[in-house]
Design a protein around this ligand. Structure first.
Ligand code: 9YT
Length: 132
């Protein structure tokens, strides 16, 4: 069994910051844990707008604090997100995540992240290499 506490993750390699400063992700489970998914406790900083397009992953997001919205780029649709909202990117939807206030979200990725990824310019994370 794997047991981890938030205070054991902070300021270790399991804590990752977006290169544009928009978010911080604390990665409880990553690929090396061999669970088939990764699990993150992520903070999206207030007033930020982040392009996200997970071409190689599906992601479920459960918002536990704060509020904002998702702007689906190809559908001209806006989805409000606040504490208690879950959304799942089951079709690799390209979108902007906009944080009106600081948002705390619990994120699950399949396939799992290796743990150190930050968004590339197109809003995606790299695909895991074969054998990872
Ligand atoms: C909702 C979302 O994907 N935000 C960006 C950070 C990501 N969840 C992560 O790596 O924790």
């Amino acid at each position: 069994m794997i047991v981890r506490k938030l205070n054991e993750i902070i300021e270790t390699e399991r804590e990752v910051f977006a290169s544009n400063g928009n978010w911080r992700s604390r990665r409880f489970l990553s690929e090396s844990d061999r669970m088939g998914f990764s699990l993150h406790d992520t903070t999206i900083f207030a007033g930020t707008k982040t392009l996200i397009h997970y071409k190689h992953h599906v992601e479920a997001v459960y918002c536990v604090e704060g509020s904002g919205h998702v702007e689906l780029i190809d559908e001209d649709r806006v989805i409000p997100v606040s504490a208690g909202t879950m959304y799942a990117l089951n079709q690799h939807e390209k979108h902007y995540l906009v944080a009106d206030t600081e948002m705390r979200i619990i994120c699950v990725f399949n396939p799992p992240l290796s743990g150190t990824e930050v968004h590339r310019e197109d809003g995606s994370y790299a695909e895991l290499a074969d054998g990872d």
